[in-house]
Design a protein around this ligand. Structure first.
Ligand SMILES: C[S@@+](CC[C@H](N)C(=O)[O-])C[C@H]1O[C@@H](n2cnc3c(N)ncnc32)[C@H](O)[C@@H]1O
Ligand SMILES: [Zn+2]
Length: 292
């Protein structure tokens, strides 16, 4: 078997029905669930597990974001050390699922097979680095149970929002349940995200619902406090060892805090967030209980 054949085999062996997680039969331009007949389109080299008509804010801005990630300040503060942390743990023969990967990866794959999942079709279609491109919401992935050695989210969890804080919470809970299903029992979940400082965090709790009502989907960010994410993760991955790593930077280092406004620069000390890596690993393995 050539290495291209084996790559192709790995690709299809990871996929499952996004609805019932049953086996898929592959045809030229689609796959069909053998259990519930759900069809998954294969288009432009992308596995389409979401309505193609579903639009995302990132469809129009992913190139601006991509350029901004490499802007002075942004790369050092958000990506340089974080990418090194990922490179330290991923290795060849591993399957890594990158949630909300956007158009590129900030880390070297080290020979791992990387599945990119994104809810923006234009972003995932343009990603030429991942080994399998999946257009899906992280809440319903077309992946088999317990296939991932690692799941990695770079700054995507705060974009998983609904119409109210309550809805945000239930979407994020559902996403973590999906992480638990897709991750191997020995796997690691790595989430990079910002945790808001007081009083920003309190203000966010107070004004988010009315602001969302006024602005609509224009408000597509909700930042979780570190202890809130810890709790959601431990509910989904009971018994996992949890740790937080905080990335420090010179408080005077300036960077553009809003990627669509690169002209606006702030010193780090005026940006009201910790930049964190949350890790859950080594969860409890629950054996089925014996009949009495
Ligand atoms: C701020 S961008 C980060 C992109 C990339 N990880 C990076 O660090 O440059 C957030 C990404 O999350 C994706 N995203 C938002 N909600 C998602 C969801 N429910 N499922 C999968 N991806 C999602 C967006 O489409 C976008 O590409
Ligand atoms: Zn199915």
């Amino acid at each position: 078997m050539t290495s291209a054949d084996s790559l192709e085999k790995t690709r299809w062996s990871l996929l499952a029905c996004p609805k019932c997680h049953g086996n898929l039969s592959f045809l030229a331009d689609k796959a069909v669930c053998e259990v519930c007949n759900t069809e998954v389109l294969l288009q432009d080299g992308v596995v389409v597990a979401r309505e193609l008509a579903a639009k995302s804010y990132f469809d129009d801005v992913f190139e601006v974001m991509q350029a901004g990630n490499h802007a002075p300040g942004t790369w050092d503060i958000f990506y340089a050390e974080q990418a090194a942390a990922v490179e330290n743990i991923i290795a060849s023969d591993q399957v890594v699922v990158d949630i909300g990967c956007g158009p590129e990866l900030p880390y070297a794959k080290n020979g791992a097979f990387v599945v990119g999942v994104d809810a923006s079709y234009d972003s995932i279609r343009s990603n030429k680095v991942v080994d399998l491109r999946v257009f899906a919401s992280a809440a319903a992935m077309p992946l088999r149970d317990h296939v991932a050695d690692a799941i990695i989210c770079f700054y995507s969890v705060h974009h998983m929002t609904g119409k109210t804080i309550e809805e945000n919470r239930s979407i994020v809970k559902q996403v973590f349940q999906e992480f638990s299903r897709v991750l191997k029992l020995s796997g690691r979940l790595l989430v990079f995200d910002m945790s808001p400082w007081f009083p920003f965090a309190t203000a966010e709790e107070l004004v988010w619902n009315p602001a969302r009502k006024c602005i609509g989907t224009g408000l597509d960010m909700f930042f979780w406090k570190d202890w809130q994410l810890e709790r959601v993760g431990l509910e989904a991955l009971p018994g996992a060892k949890f740790s937080v790593r905080r990335f420090g930077q010179s408080p005077l280092r300036t960077f553009p805090p809003i990627f669509s406004k690169p002209g606006l620069r702030l010193p780090r000390f005026m940006y009201p967030f910790d930049i964190n890596l949350y890790v859950w690993e080594g969860r409890e393995i629950r054996l089925p209980s014996r009949p009495a």
